[in-house]
Ligand binder design. Structure first.
Ligand SMILES: [Zn+2]
Length: 412
């Protein structure tokens, strides 16, 4: 029984980028295949904001990622379990991911103030992020107590609770509960946090095994361990070695998430440290990264999947991607520009609508503005990573990267 369900998740490498760590491959889940590398759009509350699930699947997204923290608070994991899981609930029949809630309980669960209380003998520089001196998310060795950003009610997440919540939500790929640190934390705090995340990872494996056995009639859920370690090479490598070789209750992680504080200027290097220590035959997800240059660095250095709120969040502010960079389509110069956002783009928005029309929608505060911009942006990023995959398969990733980044100037 266990063996049968375990077969529902697998990963195979197809081609590698010559001289680099990057590769193309395929993840199999109970809800279908994800060809990698792939960008996974974020549907925080079981919806990719402002877009129909059908639009998101039509534009080629292979999976979506929702947030355990948000769905735990609202509508609650029992509702998703009763609905038959996240995919059924939101009418999405492809693979799904949920993150562990660790990032949100420690960043959102504090009233958006990015205040994290440090227990024990925290040093002064650990207080940099606690400038408001509020104790709204409290980390201890057993878990995190936090305040809901919705109504201020108090809640607690532990590795066990995160696993229970994520099993009820029912995504194909779920993440171990980890502690979020920032680049401002002291080296000592990062070390302590890494050890705490390691111990939590063991507890996640144990609880995951228990829940998988107890719910054997449900589709198999793959558990990814999450690597922290901030900007420190030795800590990143240690985290990757610890989690990469970790086994408890007779199971191992099915894949790995690279998370936490990432100095963007060193993104590729930081990923390469982790990738060098991780097993080659398991997928690696880079959490919260989605800008074009960062995606190239991630893919080149061996990350297989990515998620980020940037394409959707930017779209709702009328910032849209083009091959030469991101621009604001609500700007005055586009009022009578009847060309599409990007004339080389094959998305539904660009095939049917002009910059002038979308400019008008945003200025008139019509809901369709964010919808059309979201479809374009998600297509642009999903398609960009798909083109990277094709380039790896063809053997010309580096040429494609040089050509794309040569034209792409970032945001205005
Ligand atoms: Zn488009």
């Amino acid at each position: 029984m266990v063996q049968l369900s375990a077969m529902a998740f697998s990963f195979a490498v197809s081609r590698t980028i010559p001289g680099e760590r990057g590769r193309s491959g395929s993840i199999q889940t109970p809800h279908g295949e994800i060809k990698t590398p792939a960008f996974i759009p974020v549907g925080t509350k079981a919806t990719v904001k402002s877009a129909l699930p059908e639009s998101i699947s039509d534009l080629g997204a292979q999976a979506v990622l929702a947030n355990a923290y948000h769905l735990y608070l609202q509508p609650g994991p029992d509702t998703l379990d009763e609905a038959g899981g996240l995919g059924k609930f939101m009418n999405w029949d492809r693979p799904t991911f949920t993150d562990s809630g660790g990032f949100q309980v420690m960043s959102l669960g504090v009233g958006f103030k990015k205040v994290i209380d440090m227990t024990g003998d925290s040093l002064n520089s650990d207080d940099v992020i606690a400038e408001k001196r509020e104790r709204l998310a409290h980390v201890d060795d057993d878990g995190v107590t936090f305040k809901s950003h919705l109504d201020g009610s108090m809640h607690r997440f532990s590795p066990e609770i995160s696993m229970q919540v994520q099993h009820k939500i029912g995504a194909d790929i779920i993440f171990a509960f980890d502690e979020l640190t920032t680049l401002h934390n002291t080296r000592k705090y990062q070390e302590d946090s890494l050890e705490r995340t390691r111990l939590w990872a063991i507890r996640c494996l144990d609880e995951h095994k228990k829940l998988t056995d107890a719910r054997s009639s449900k589709p198999y859920q793959a558990l990814f361990g999450v690597l922290q370690g901030a900007q420190y090479e030795d800590l990143r490598r240690k985290a990757a070695r610890d989690l990469g070789s970790m086994s408890s209750s007779g199971i191992e992680f099915d894949g790995f998430g690279i998370g936490g504080a990432l100095d963007k200027s060193k993104l590729g290097t930081i990923i390469s440290w982790a990738v060098d220590e991780l097993p080659i035959n398991k997928p690696r997800h880079l959490l919260g990264i989605g800008e074009p240059a960062d995606l190239f660095a991630g893919v080149e250095n061996g990350a297989d999947t990515f998620d980020c709120v940037a394409p959707t969040r930017e779209a709702r502010t009328s910032a849209v991607y083009s091959p030469t960079g991101r621009f604001n389509v609500s700007g005055g110069s586009y009022r009578r520009d009847f060309s599409p956002i990007d004339s080389s783009c094959a998305c539904y928005t660009c095939k049917n609508y002009s910059r002038a029309y979308i400019n008008h929608l945003f200025r008139a505060k019509e809901i369709l503005g964010p919808t059309l911009a979201t479809i374009h942006n998600v297509y642009f990023i999903v398609n960009l990573v798909e083109k990277m995959r094709e380039a790896i398969e063809r053997g010309d990733f580096k040429e494609f990267k040089r050509e794309f980044l040569g034209r792409y100037k970032g945001s205005e």
